[in-house]
Design a protein around this ligand. Structure first.
Ligand SMILES: Nc1ncnc2c1ncn2[C@@H]1O[C@H](COP(=O)(O)OP(=O)(O)OP(=O)(O)O)[C@@H](O)[C@H]1O
Ligand SMILES: [Mg+2]
Length: 365
């Protein structure tokens, strides 16, 4: 006769398809009953309408059926209590953060490594979304080296306050909030972990974004305190991960993706930046040069099982436009503008898909 220990052992390998964590670790296996060769497993779903319930039940059935001596497997689905859910996911953020209640989709832009063009992508994505008519805000959560305000041409500006709230600075119809507005110019900001958490949590409460379709959050690189806090404090609809072909290190990107998934945040996809360079060859024909190699983004997306949302070329206009504070995507007819418009479409599609999917109790974002 199979033992409970054997059953739990195989169930440890069954993961929640969305959270990418074992059902056992998530506390979802409520009961295992064994009678001769008959096994009945009770799985507590994080919410009743979990869209993944069929798959979870099938995965459990399949895994248990492989234990020697098991002849029949029955899976009963039930739902976690709010207390059980809270134990795993922490308090629901949406309810806590009243200030964010009028924002439809909050999308963070992350990367495994620094200097891959996160901020450039975040700013141009925000602009491309605004060009399509969405109400957009952008939050610079890079407390160590905030520069969204510079790329948006807002250096030296300050947000003003009203009724104890900070009012974002507006440019090109986009609401902008950056730690760069709050820190003295040119002075390095040294933050310790708990301060980072507090500063970002306060910022989530104190900024009056009003009604937005999209809030784009530019993160500092990696998996440090700031990206972690953002994922904990903001009800993220999803995360866009930026990478470059030459810096593609699956391990770095995977670490970043894992962190978000563990916190119950979905990954919208990968954007490969500085993908190629377009020029005109000696024959007068357009040439595409893969300066830093080819196929890295596709491979990474395949390996990590996330979509590739787009490839942004190495474009001197992109860096120049950053320096003069006029994002390239402001011209939707330019080559790069068109690419960002396409990426924006994919982000909208993903945001709506994730919204519809709801969440298996992660966040009611
Ligand atoms: N596609 C591109 N073509 C040309 N230059 C680019 C491109 N993407 C980014 N850059 C330039 O590369 C530099 C780094 O970009 P950016 O600041 O956006 O990176 P980041 O990932 O946000 O960096 P950090 O990790 O420091 O926050 C900038 O000078 C930017 O103008
Ligand atoms: Mg940056």
């Amino acid at each position: 006769m199979p033992t409970e220990k054997e059953i739990l052992e195989v169930l440890k390998k069954v993961k929640d398809p969305e959270l990418n964590r074992s059902l056992v670790d998530l506390g979802m296996i409520r009961k295992v009953e064994i009678q001769d060769g008959k096994v009945r497993v009770t799985v507590a779903l994080t919410i009743a309408g979990c869209p993944m319930k069929k798959r979870i039940a099938e995965d459990v059935k399949q895994a248990v059926a492989e234990v020697p001596g098991v002849e029949e497997v029955e899976v009963e689905l039930t739902t976690m209590t709010p207390e059980e859910r809270e134990k795993i996911f922490g308090k629901k953020k949406v309810e806590e953060k009243k200030a964010l209640k009028d924002i439809q989709h909050i999308v963070a832009v992350a990367s495994g490594k620094g200097g891959v063009g996160k901020t450039t992508v975040a700013v141009n994505l925000a602009v491309a979304l605004a060009k399509k008519g969405y109400k957009v805000g952008i939050l610079d959560a890079d407390i160590y080296g905030p520069n969204v305000h510079i790329l948006m041409g807002l250096e030296g500006e300050r947000p003003f306050s009203r009724d104890q709230k900070l009012i974002p600075v507006e440019r090109w119809g986009i609401k902008v909030m950056s730690f760069g507005f709050l820190a003295p110019e040119g002075q390095p900001i040294i933050w310790r972990g708990p301060l980072v958490h507090r500063a970002l949590s306060e910022l989530a409460e104190v900024v009056d974004w009003g009604v937005l379709d999209f809030l784009i959050i530019d993160l500092p690189p990696g998996t440090g305190d700031a990206p972690l806090t953002v994922a904990q404090v903001f009800p993220l609809r999803g995360v866009v991960v930026v990478t470059t072909p030459q810096k593609i290190s699956v391990a770095d990107v995977a670490r970043s993706i894992n962190m978000f998934q563990e916190l119950g945040t979905r990954i919208m996809g990968i954007i490969e930046n500085m993908s190629y360079f377009k020029t005109v060859g000696p024959d007068g024909k357009e040439q595409t040069i893969p300066v830093f190699g080819e196929g890295g983004g596709e491979k990474l997306a395949r390996d990590l099982r996330v979509p590739l949302l787009g490839k942004v070329p190495l474009d001197p206009n992109l860096s120049k436009s950053g320096e003069v504070g006029k994002p390239a995507a402001l011209d939707p007819e330019s080559e790069t503008g068109k690419i960002f418009a396409e990426i924006a479409d994919k982000v909208v599609e993903k945001a709506l898909e994730f919204e519809k999917l709801g969440s298996c109790g992660l966040k009611k974002a």
